[in-house]
Write a protein that binds this ligand. Structure first.
Ligand SMILES: [Fe+2]
Ligand SMILES: [Fe+2]
Length: 160
């Protein structure tokens, strides 16, 4: 494998993280329209975290003297069937990001580019937490079902 493939994957991860930021903002705006302000707040905070992930990779690439070719993420999904559909999509999105991160880690190890492997250890750990949160939210909204009081309670819980 050429190191160029690894560098391209690291470069493109900036776009994937920005894509996650856009997707979570879109989910936040939809939830806001449904008056689920706590859930909307949770996704907005999540979007800012994704932005920080992108900037973390930018900093790494600058430190490694790798040129950055910034690309636009695809348009986010803007229509959703229900809050539960949003939490399902969020979990699926995190799982996709996990596989992207794992791929970069594997490529770095295969190419013996240790500084990239070590840097991406942080993202491996972060993705575990991201998936835990996404699964937890999905489990809770499934439990709430069609019970308005339970949805209200979950919304309040996520505003904290
Ligand atoms: Fe991320
Ligand atoms: Fe994430």
């Amino acid at each position: 494998m050429a190191n160029e493939d690894l560098y391209a994957a690291v470069n493109d991860q900036i776009t994937h993280e920005l894509g996650a930021e856009m997707q979570y903002l879109s989910m936040s705006f939809w939830l806001e329209r449904e008056n689920l302000h706590g859930m909307a707040n949770w996704f907005r905070k999540q979007a800012f975290e994704e932005h920080e992930h992108a900037m973390k990779i930018v900093s790494f690439m600058n430190e490694w003297d790798l040129p950055i070719t910034l690309k636009s993420p695809p348009n986010p999904v803007t229509e959703f069937e229900s809050p539960q559909a949003i939490f399902e999509a969020a979990l699926a999105h995190e799982q996709k990001v996990t596989s992207e991160i794992n791929n970069i880690f594997s490529m770095a190890r295969e190419a013996s580019i240790w500084h990239i492997e070590v840097a991406f250890q942080w993202f491996i750990t972060e993705q575990v937490e991201e998936e835990v949160n996404a699964r937890d939210n999905l489990a809770k909204i499934k439990m709430a079902g069609d019970n308005p009081a339970a949805i209200f309670e979950l919304d309040r819980h996520l505003s904290a």
